[in-house]
Ligand binder design. Sequence first.
Ligand code: SAM
Ligand code: SF4
Length: 332
Amino acid sequence: MSTGALVDDFGRTATDLRVSLTDRCNLRCSYCMPAEGLDWLPSEETLTDDEVVRLVRIGVERLGIREVRFTGGEPLVRRGLVDIVRRTTELRPRPETSLTTNALGLARTARALAEAGLDRVNVSLDTVRRDQFQEITRRDRLDDVVAGLEAAQAAGLGPVKVNAVLLRGVNDAHAPELLRWCIDKGYQLRFIEQMPLDAQHGWRRDTMVTAEEIFDALRGAFRLDPAEEPRGSAPAELFLVDGGPATVGVIASVTRPFCGDCDRVRLTADGQVRNCLFAREESDLRSSLRAGAADGEIAERWRAAMLTKRPGHGIDDLSFLQPTRPMSAIGG
Ligand code: SAM
Ligand code: SF4
């Protein structure tokens, strides 16, 4: 069997696979999608459940993938999700398997996902205020997210992590409140700097809320000390809150990029390998799959796709170009 890791030209090895299961979503977060939604991928272009599992299997068995995270769009809207998770956790070596979700409907499926072997969930929640939630996501669904989080915790899908994006003048003044709420519930909160990945191209470097501002806001309410564990390839810088054991993470993707330690590779819902969120090229594995290619050929194509990975995302460069696909279509 042909095996060999996914190594790029800069010596980085990808072991963490992000799989987008759909570009569709039931929220319309303003930093991600326009209010009217997007033109969804036609269903015939979307990988079938069997195709997804085959590519994940090739990644795990031949290319050294050790972690698989399902995302989207909203992965919970994909009908075959539980089965895809089950078949993924049956692979050997068994990959650590997790889900990034907005948690709508998670209250109903958390137990089945845990029984299918899912290890953890990351839930996106930017505020616990109903009006702000509605302003950001354009839907009045805060209660469903809260119920989904509780169900995930009860099903053992922990440690449950919460991802939050702060928007200036919307929810940025309430970062400490969100942290207090997460600590009280036993969730690990991580703030993510907003990146230029919205379909509307509304991101502006001069108005985004920076990690420095997030620290300042949190330090007004809590004592933060760097957690001892080294950051490694994990993008979040971790801090103990008021001496611990609670922690908070800040993912400074824009102002303190961690590209040098990147261990990720992405697969879009239509079967394209992207070696970075900000990649300008994709490599089409779906055509190879559907043309009857053997596992070894697909693995070779995937390995070759890593060689175009750039050293960094270059958001701060004058020549930076936002990718044509938005976050919801790439898989966040
Ligand atoms: N729908 C799921 C969710 O919201 O968790 C999964 C897909 S979503 C694209 C994955 C993550 O990307 C979410 O945590 C979301 O907050 C984050 N995200 C979306 N657009 C972003 C942006 N422009 N900058 C930073 N993070 C973003
Ligand atoms: Fe949907 Fe997630 Fe994008 Fe929000 S961030 S619109 S929940 S895909």
